[in-house]
Design a protein around this ligand. Structure first.
Ligand code: PEP
Length: 251
């Protein structure tokens, strides 16, 4: 099955509204002919600016998290309805920085994923092992636990709408990229896990990104791997020229 690659930026806690406007204005003409699907996941405060500027372009806008609850006493959280009202299409769930710094667990990732799917947001679910887990040969077990935890109670129809991002924690923001062989091996393992949960057809159709210091230099080799269907890009998404080189990896 052919899967359309998706290259998504993750701005993290970067970019004021003025900076967002500048970046998107510069980015639009640079990526307008991209073959891959293009998305930028931006801070909540930038979403309306991004949606306005990306309207009519090929750039989709996403958020970096979503509340599991519909509304109520959840200080600091942003609901799916709030995101949808602004025109948000994608949402990152379970990024390793959320797991590491904000206590996100497989259970909370699962709860957020269920809400995102119920509301019609398109989720990008992140999984990945720490350096210690890789060095002690626990990668496969950790990923299996994260995948089964994230997809617990999710129907096959809904699972088919999810993008998974494999992001080894030791490669995020470190300049240290997984080798294409390491990324391919782990992503093939994720696809096998999805096949075990939902069958071969859902697994073959699922887009699985690599994330972790992906940039203009390494994108071609990573994207040449049979199971890698795109990238989640942090640092290299913060400059229009850098991000466009990743997006246009096959130009
Ligand atoms: C990320 O934030 O998802 C990421 C992969 O960051 P970076 O590209 O900077 O490693």
């Amino acid at each position: 099955m052919s899967r359309r690659p998706i290259i998504a930026g993750n701005w993290k806690m970067n970019m004021t509204r003025a900076q967002a406007e500048e970046l998107i204005t510069a980015l639009k003409p640079l990526v307008k002919d991209a073959k891959a699907e293009v998305a930028i996941c931006v801070p909540y405060t930038d979403i309306d600016v991004a949606v306005r500027l990306c309207a009519g372009s090929n750039i989709k806008v996403g958020a970096e998290n979503v509340a599991w609850a519909e509304k109520g006493a959840f200080t600091g959280e942003i609901s799916a309805d709030m995101l949808l009202e602004l025109g948000t299409e994608y949402v990152i769930i379970g990024h390793s920085e959320r797991r590491q710094y904000f206590g996100e667990t497989d259970a909370s990732v699962n709860a957020r994923l269920k809400t995102a799917l119920a509301k019609g947001l398109k989720p990008i679910v992140c999984v990945g092992e720490t350096l210690e887990e890789r060095e002690t040969d626990k990668t496969a077990d950790v990923i299996k636990k994260q995948i089964t935890g994230a997809f617990d109670g999710i129907s096959a129809d809904d699972a088919a709408k999810v993008v998974v991002a494999y992001e080894p924690v030791w490669a995020i923001g470190t300049g240290r990229t997984a080798t294409s062989a390491q990324a391919q091996e782990t992503i093939a393992g994720i696809r096998a896990e999805i096949a075990a949960l939902y069958g071969a057809a859902i697994a073959d159709g699922m887009r699985i990104q690599y994330g972790g210091s992906m940039n203009a230099k390494n994108v071609k080799e990573l994207m040449a791997q049979p199971d890698i269907d795109g990238g989640l890009i942090g640092g290299a998404s913060l400059k229009a020229a850098d991000f466009s080189l990743v997006v246009n990896y096959d130009a």
